[in-house]
Design a protein around this ligand. Structure first.
Ligand SMILES: [Zn+2]
Length: 296
């Protein structure tokens, strides 16, 4: 008993006699950086999805230049949408980014984000990465997984071949012949794949958290919200925090599109991926493949 303070084995307890431990660091999320040309990867975890905004850093830029000028940064959407007269309608006050876009862009613009763990092989080096992608890329991979010729996407590699066509990024997804993971690949998955990181990426954010993410994108945010007469969300953990969503019915019914259509920015309407059973190749024409990481 005398030396109790120094003898515990609990993982979270630091003995006073131990050397000073390293200050805990927030591990950066190991995002897969897709490059022009071949990108070899194997899907090794289930996917997660969430709804996000591509928030515009500089709202004065023409929207066509958003991708070229890297004007977009992902923030989560906390918006509450309800069906009113068969129109999926946003409840103002539930998402600060929806509120802002309602004013600056005429309507909230959100899309689905997907993420899953992959084994990425670059220059003969294989490592665990998290691939964040749009609906169209996700859907192509899903189609392969549902195709009996391929099935479970952990049993073969995919080559995401990226090229530029008239300023647009075109990704052609081609499965490689079936090959089970070898022992060293399996060992990487066992040690590095972490579903908790994916779950955290996809976890719902409240309005206050979304506003915080937004402050990383736009410096003048508080002033802007005051100027527009928008409510800055309160910290729900704070004492005065009972953020009451604005009433639904009185909404100046923004022409918010149904979920399926809202999932894709308008520019992508013609970019539905197709998986041809003859060629076994999926072609995705999509500007939105690279979503800049958000600040959680
Ligand atoms: Zn939103």
């Amino acid at each position: 008993m005398a030396n109790e303070l120094a003898t515990t084995n609990s993982a979270s307890v630091i003995n006073w006699t131990d050397p000073t431990p390293e200050k805990s660091e927030r591990k950066p999320i190991p995002y897969l950086k897709k490059e022009d040309g071949d990108n070899i990867m194997r899907v090794v975890t289930p996917a997660v999805k969430w709804r996000a905004h591509s928030m515009r850093k500089d709202p004065t830029l023409p929207e066509e230049e958003d991708f070229k000028k890297q004007n977009l940064k992902d923030v989560h959407c906390s918006g509450v949408y309800t069906w009113i007269n068969k129109v999926l309608t946003y409840q103002p006050g539930t998402c600060p980014c929806c509120d802002l876009e309602l004013i600056e862009r005429g309507k909230p613009k959100t899309g689905e984000r997907y993420a899953f763990g992959v084994l990425s092989t670059k220059q003969n080096q294989t490592s665990y990465k998290i691939n964040q992608c749009s609906w169209s890329e996700f859907d192509s991979i899903k189609k392969f997984s549902l195709n009996p010729d391929y099935g479970d996407p952990s049993t073969y590699e995919l080559n995401l071949m990226r090229s530029k066509n008239k300023g647009k990024t075109v990704t052609t997804i081609m499965p490689r012949p079936k090959r089970p993971m070898n022992a060293s690949e399996q060992a990487i998955v066992d040690s590095d794949a972490d579903q908790a990181i994916l779950d955290k990426m996809a976890a719902p954010r409240n309005a206050w958290q979304v506003f915080n993410q937004m402050t990383y994108v736009r410096k003048d945010l508080k002033e802007l919200f005051e100027q527009y007469g928008l409510t800055i969300p309160a910290n729900p953990r704070g004492e005065d925090a009972t953020p009451a969503p604005a009433p639904v019915a009185q909404v100046a019914a923004p022409k918010v599109t149904p979920v399926a259509a809202a999932a894709k920015p308008a520019a992508k309407a013609a970019a539905k991926p197709t998986v041809s059973s003859k060629t076994q190749v999926a072609v995705v024409e999509d500007d939105g493949e690279d979503f800049p990481p958000y600040d959680a």
